[in-house]
Structures are given as C-alpha cells and as structure tokens.
Design a protein around this ligand. Sequence first.
Ligand code: TXA
Ligand code: MG
Length: 355
Amino acid sequence: MKTQIIKVDTSIKDWDKQLDQAAEILRSGGLVAFPTETVYGLGANALDKTAVEAIYRAKGRPSDNPLIIHISDAAAVKDLTENIPETAQALMDAFWPGPLTLVMPRSQLVPDIVTAGLDTVAVRMPSHPIASALIRKAGVPVAAPSANSSGRPSPTLAKHVIEDLMGKVDVIIDGGNAEVGVESTVLDITVIPPVILRPGGVTLEQLKSVLGDVIGGQSPGMSDMSGTPKSPGMKYRHYSPRATMLLVEGPPEQVAAEIGKRAELYNKEGTSVGLLVTDETAALYEPSLYSFCKVISLGSRKEPETLASNLFRCLREFDEKGVEVIMAETTDVEGIGLAVMNRLMKAAGGNIIKL
Ligand code: TXA
Ligand code: MG
C-alpha cells in the first residue's frame, strides 16, 4: 500500500482545507493516522466494520482489545451509547474536549469489532485542532487506537508513526508533537463509584474534584496484567522499547549506585546500556564514569507534565541507539506522574527493584 504523508500547518489561513482529502479517505473506509493532544491515533470510520478490521491488521493488534471512538461533538455520544450514566454530563463538561475516555453502555449502532464484543463502548472527544477538524470533516465517529505497532511505545511524532506503519495505512498526517505524551485516562462510568481502567492525561486528583469518589489508578502496579481485566488492553506487555527494561526505585544516591554497579556488569558482558534519568539526578551519572552508557533525561521532576511529554520519545531514542538494556529511575505518582509510572511499569514488564 502506498502511504501518503500530509504535513498540516495550523498557522496558515484556512489550514483545515489541508484535511479535506484525508477526511474523504476516512469516510470512505481508509486508514488515516493523525495527531491528538495525547499521542498519534490510527483512525478508521467506526461504523464501517471492514475499515475497523484493517486497523487491527495494520497494528498487529489482538482482536480482544477494543478501540476508543473519537468524536468532534459531544452530541454524538447519544447515538453511540444507551442509558448514559448520570456522571457522564459533569465529566464531559469538565474534561471534554481533552484526554478523558468514558466507558459507557454501547448502542446497537456500534459494530462488535470496535468493542471486541463487550457491551460497553469507550468514547473520547480530543482537543487537538487537527483531530477535531478531521473528525468533523469526515462526518463519522472515528475508531482510533494509538498509531504504533502493537506493543511498541505510542507515537508522539509523525516520524514514530512512519517507523511503525509506513506502507500499512493510507495517510499519515504530520501535525508536529503530541504534547501530553501519554494516552487518555480511561474511566469506567458504568459502575458507582467510577473506576480508572488506565491512568492518563486527566489526573486522579482532577477526577476526584468532579466526582468525589473514584476507584483505581492509585497504584501504577502490574496487578491488572493477570486475570480478565475490565480494560482488556491493560493485560498486555505494552509501550515497550526493543531493549529489556529495569526500573530502580529508592533514594536517588542509592538508585544511582545500584544502576552504576549493574551498568558496569552489563558493560563487561558487552551489553549496551541506556539510563533513563531526570534533570535532578543526571549529575549523579558523571559522563566520565558512564561514557559507555547512553544517558537520557526525561526532564525535571518538578514538571511531571514534561516527563509525560518526553517519555515515549525517549524510549524510542534508546532503540535508535541500539541499546539492549535500559535502567530507569521511577517517578512520583502525583498528578500525571501516575500515568508516567504506569507506562514505565508496563514498558518494563513489571521488572522493578525497590531499594
Ligand atoms: O489518548 C488516547 O486514548 C489514544 C489517542 C489516539 O486517542 N488512544 C489510545 O487507544 O490510547 P488504545 O487503543 O491504544 O488504548 C485504548 C484503551 C485500551 O487499553 C483498551 O483496552 C481500552 O482503552 N478500552 C477500549 N474500549 C474499552 C471498553 N469498552 N471497555 C474497557 N476498556 C476499553
Ligand atoms: Mg495503545
């Protein structure tokens, strides 16, 4: 398949005309990757079963992992759902458009392939101007998982989508960096109190301010990887760089000592090592001592939004450098830090040392 790359510049007059062709391709059953405020998505007409099947094929995604439907107008929820839970309106008012996905009872309009046979549907209204304009122009609800090959770190730049999906989709829209950097928060509102199925761009604290009570998401751990999780996607190893990953948690000096000791052992074996650190701790890994490692800082711990924004891009940078083992510090779980730790835990397959 020939993949067309369309660079969209939102600063020029009538910029949205640049989306007309992609919108037509979407409406008529094609696959279009596009930027959202969280990560890039791989879109298809959600009401077209054959188009949605093509998403699963292009990504190599297991068919039991349902997709989020993206809309450009909250009024579309009515058609996609039934018995809309009472909490929905307040959440939509507070967080839409934005990185919150609501799981609600589905309507018959939604094809089984979108929900992987579940009786619920996940819906979100993205705030990114390109995503919003594309969906509006297509005139159909758009099913879109993250636009990576299944299991790989989610794409925050068009070049990541090109790496994973070139030749497998009709169009890739290049709209620059996806700022939030981690995916939307998936919230099940079919139960009281609502349950966070995946921490993300809207924080637990923000949800509590609207809902009072919210369950789950307090721990970024791996407990949701076994059994039959409510959010099927969370059971897979995910977001993974090609390298093996190990997290080290504890007081910064001890963490640095432990990482240093292990890095030297790896180096002796001829294994190439990457270190994922933060601005505050970078000085603990002196370049003269760690010249054999690829050291990348995620940003400042004082700005968890920056850590989130950089995370997936940094994981892919280690791959570009051919790193075989990544050792990473852990982060605080306040605010969006919870989503960052959740992704780190998944990327590491739960591989963590606590000092
Ligand atoms: O920010 C995002 O949410 C991005 C952008 C592109 O919008 N999309 C995204 O989609 O992350 P995906 O497919 O990579 O992750 C969707 C998650 C999966 O964990 C899936 O299992 C869960 O949402 N999900 C979808 N439908 C569900 C449902 N009906 N019930 C429970 N979980 C559901
Ligand atoms: Mg994904």
